[in-house]
Design a protein around this ligand. Structure first.
Ligand code: 5GP
Ligand code: MG
Length: 179
């Protein structure tokens, strides 16, 4: 694997396609055990999670549904400031076992502002599964239930994750090169 360049930045190889696929298989195995008879509903957060979701889903040989959503923030009338809504959420969540699928969790801000809206909907359960977990960067009280990789607080691209729109279509994950 070689260094790649996207616009002005250089990225070095970090996690290989094979390593990603191995971890995803393990996650699928775990989810199959935990959700065997629960017909879980996966909420996949676009855009970054599309490859993660597709690969995970191929290995999930239990009854399961998936819904792709885009999280968008707007300044609501609420005094708490940012409100995040899910565009494309067309499924009734009441009574469902919901698992949020995220490519990466960084500060946790996005999910922290989104979770309260899910919690009003009488879910049977709610868990969060991420491909990459930047543990040290977490600044909001968000609990990650399943993580494929714990990574340091450095910018990464590839396997769905972008730098200014590019880099998503790489099988491997790259890390921003220290300059
Ligand atoms: P949070 O709200 O947890 O701070 O941020 C989560 C979002 O920030 C992710 O869904 C992703 O879009 C973006 N993000 C955070 N860290 C990285 C990173 O290292 N690389 C890329 N490409 N996006 C990131
Ligand atoms: Mg994301």
């Amino acid at each position: 694997m070689q260094t790649i360049k996207i616009y002005d930045k250089e990225f070095t190889p970090y996690i290989t396609d094979a390593e990603i696929q191995d971890k995803i298989k393990l996650l699928a195995q775990q989810l199959k055990t935990d959700y065997a008879d629960k017909k879980p509903l996966f909420l996949s957060v676009l855009n970054g999670s599309f490859l993660f979701t597709a690969d995970l889903f191929k290995h999930l040989t239990i009854k399961a549904e998936v819904c792709f959503v885009k999280l968008a923030s707007y300044k609501g009338v609420s005094s708490t400031g940012n409100v995040i809504t899910a565009i494309g959420l067309d499924t009734n969540l009441s009574g469902r076992h919901v698992i949020i699928l995220e490519d990466i969790i960084d500060t946790g801000k996005t999910l922290h502002h989104f979770l309260p809206q899910l919690k009003t909907q009488q879910l049977a359960s709610l868990k969060i599964a991420v491909l990459l977990n930047k543990k040290e960067a977490l600044a909001y009280p968000v609990q990650v239930d399943y993580a494929c990789f714990d990574i340091p607080n450095k910018f990464v691209v590839g396997y769905g994750l972008d730098y200014d729109g590019l880099g998503r279509n790489s099988k491997d994950i790259y890390q921003l090169k220290e300059s």
